[in-house]
Design a protein around this ligand. Structure first.
Ligand code: NAI
Length: 677
């Protein structure tokens, strides 16, 4: 008998327990165990078979580590077909997260019972795949085409109540799955038509064309949502015996696709990112109360995120009026959560009572951690930490949210440097997933581990960064923008560059994005960097000239584009195109044509190059850290796997060539990473 699938037959009822920790994934041994169980149970002449999961969940999916390898027998669709076709009715008694292969198994059973709160879904789409064992073919037959498309093209989860409402369950129970299965088997209803033999309710003639248009728009270049739609269309138009093999073939083909490889890379990276070498042996310190200093744009968002994660928060502002304004900002975020149905009235009461606001630093005394988010000004930040240090315990953790300043300078003169850390949030801080956890040379492992722990509780992706100008994310951003400006000078327009990067999969191009967020911050940065910029480096001053002309972006109705009142659509502006050609002429540049591909190649090359330098210098430990920073902080398309993965996918030689072109075009302006030279 199999180790991972145990069969126990008593009183003609078979109990089939899947025990393959941690999530009972359908690896080869589980598949073989289930197939053997079908035969054994039939032979024994049982009346019913109950399949359930040991531990905290029913089957939560396939074994992703097998996806990179040739599939091993027996194949999952054959196993599930044997269950569906068995003369003995199978009852799935599920709990936990019943996802992918687990949901497919439940659909192949004659009956489905779920513990209250069980979550169901087909997450294959998020790995660039379609289900591989009949999920896309059985689900529309079980709950209808509309609901099946909704689940399969988004990967979203629904709970047992919702699935019951859609007609997908025969019962919901509380308590033990096996007990519930036994109770059901004791009074077994007549066996319904197999799910695979059911008819799909017809849809209108242009239904799928419309869905296609809708989903294509939403997918922004990712192909798996459309693949899932196509598979469901097979279910709606073909018999199961034809649709199922087509689904299986597509699943196998997609396993080798670049998009699925990229998405799987990100999946594994997200698990590895919280375990950098630098925190090995570190133990997180318990944090209950967090003091946030500065209740502006970032501070309010950080405070709100901390409240939602269950911390007590003390907000400190520079005077009573500013404190009131900060409190109002946080109250506004809570209100917004209520309006969108994300926060219940009861929860809102809790959040409000966990917040206190003050303009007196004495209020910080009880905090375990302080996060500073005041003006980006060294002297102001230094003064803040002096005041905090005067009131807080001398082992309380001190964190700065600075974007560009060197944390070592910020903490100068404060005692116990092992407790210093950077916690760099992204705007809006309660929404953006990325948290750069910045290590100073003095930061202790325990304090770093606490940063990662906090990130997890805030449901963020924490990425370790060392100190450099802009840390990982903004440093790559400024290389990217610098190269985009070189392209402007050499022959492109903002429109062309924006379009090329959108088509590549970025949510926005670099110029429309600057207009949206405002040109001032980057301007201030360039001024700050001027002192250390090598004299021989090529410098494009178009952005500075726009700022001098008070063109700060959408808020001033003009920036790289112009905007009509109340309209965010960027319109080309002759002022900008003339300025570009004038500046090029002044610099003696002969403008030429670039294809969209040239633009992508060059912009990606500098991103990859900067990422490689960052890893080379030890600012990031691994390429995957760089990938996750760009994906979770800057909208880099997940299905491209991040810049470093993308570079590997297109091949290092191509990147080298593009970087050589970039360097030749703008001599003395790029330091090329070791692996690209
Ligand atoms: P902001 O100007 O909206 O807020 C700053 C707040 O700090 C103001 O409410 C101000 O009253 C308060 N403040 C100033 N001096 C203070 C003092 N001595 N004690 C207490 N409160 C004081 O600025 P924002 O955008 O929230 O930025 C704050 C920090 O976060 C800066 O270091 C910035 O570089 C960093 N940051 C900003 C991001 C952004 O997208 N805006 C992203 C990531 C980091």
């Amino acid at each position: 008998m199999s180790d991972v699938v145990r069969v126990d037959i008593q009183d003609q009822v078979a109990r089939v327990e899947i025990n393959n920790p941690p999530v009972n994934a359908t690896g080869q041994a589980v598949r073989q165990g289930l197939l053997d169980a079908v035969a054994q149970i039939e032979q024994a002449g049982a009346n019913a078979a109950i399949v359930y999961g040991a531990g905290r969940t029913f089957v939560a999916g396939g074994d992703i580590s097998e996806f990179g390898k040739p599939p091993q027998l027996p194949h999952l669709p054959d196993v599930y077909q044997a269950i569906e076709d068995s003369s003995v009715p199978w009852i799935a008694a599920v709990h936990g997260t019943t996802l992918g292969g687990g949901f497919e198994l439940a659909m192949a059973c004659a009956f489905r019972l779920a513990q209250k709160g069980t979550r169901f879904g087909l997450p294959e789409v998020n790995l660039g795949l379609v289900p591989g064992a009949g999920g896309s073919q059985r689900l529309p037959r079980l709950i209808g085409v509309d609901a099946a498309i909704d689940l399969a093209t988004t990967g979203k989860m629904i709970d047992a109540d919702e699935l019951q409402e859609l007609g997908g369950l025969d019962g919901i129970f509380e308590g033990d799955p096996l007990e519930a299965g036994l109770a059901f088997a004791a009074d077994l209803p007549a066996r319904p038509t197999k799910v695979s033999a059911r008819d799909v309710a017809p849809v209108g003639s242009d239904y799928f064309a419309q869905k296609h248009a809708e989903i294509k728009k939403r997918a922004k270049g990712q192909s798996s949502p459309l693949d899932n739609l196509k598979a469901i269309e097979w279910a709606a138009t073909l018999p199961f015996t034809e649709g199922q093999p087509k689904e299986r073939q597509l699943h196998l083909d997609l396993r080798d696709s670049t998009q699925s490889q990229a998405l799987r890379h990100v999946f594994f990276a997200e698990r590895a990112v919280s375990k950098p070498k630098a925190i090995e042996g570190g133990t997180p310190i318990e944090i209950n109360t967090i003091c946030v200093v500065g209740g502006g744009l970032m501070g309010a968002g950080i405070a709100f995120a901390c409240l939602q994660a269950g911390y007590r928060v003390i907000l400190i502002e520079r005077d009573d009026d500013a404190a009131k304004a900060g409190q109002d900002r946080i109250a506004g975020l809570i209100e917004g959560g209520i309006k969108r149905g994300k926060i219940s009235d009861e929860k809102a009461v809790k959040l409000r009572s966990a917040l206190s606001v003050s303009s007196d630093y004495a209020a910080s005394a009880s905090a375990d951690l302080a996060i500073e988010a005041v003006f980006e000004d060294l002297a102001v930040k230094q003064a803040v930490f002096q005041s905090l240090a005067a009131h807080m315990r001398n082992d309380a953790i001190l964190a700065t949210n600075t974007s560009y300043l060197d944390p070592t300078d910020i903490f100068q003169g404060i005692q116990n440097p092992a407790r210093f850390i950077g916690l760099h949030f992204f705007s809006p801080a309660h929404i953006m997933k990325l948290l750069e956890i910045v290590k100073l040379p003095t930061t202790s492992k325990d304090v770093l581990a606490t940063g990662f722990d906090l990130g997890k509780r805030l449901r963020k992706v924490g990425v370790l960064s060392g100190i450099c100008d802009g840390f990982i994310g903004n440093r790559i951003l400024s290389a990217y923008r610098r190269q985009a400006d070189y392209l402007l000078m050499d022959g492109c327009t903002p429109r062309q560059i924006d379009r090329a990067m959108r088509d590549f999969g970025m949510p926005m191009g670099p110029y429309e994005l600057q207009d949206l967020t405002g040109l001032q911050i980057a301007w201030a940065n360039r001024k700050r960097q001027a002192a250390t910029r090598p004299a021989e480096e090529r410098y494009v001053r178009i952005g500075d000239l726009l700022c001098e002309a008070e063109r700060f972006g959408q808020r001033s109705q003009k920036g790289w584009y112009q905007y009509e009142e109340g309209d965010r659509t960027p319109q080309d502006d002759p002022f900008v195109t003339d300025l570009i050609t004038e500046e090029a002429a002044r610099a003696g540049v002969t403008r030429r044509d670039f294809t969209d591909q040239d633009i992508v190649d060059r912009l990606m090359a500098v991103m990859i190059n900067e990422g490689a330098l960052i890893v080379e210098e030890g600012v990031a430990e691994r390429d995957l850290d760089v990938d996750l920073v760009k994906i979770h902080g800057y909208g880099f398309p997940r299905w491209r796997g991040g810049p470093m993965h993308y570079g590997e996918q297109i091949g290092i030689d191509k990147v080298k060539q593009a970087m050589a072109d970039v360097a030749a075009q703008s001599p003395n302006s790029w330091r090329v990473a070791g692996r690209l030279s």
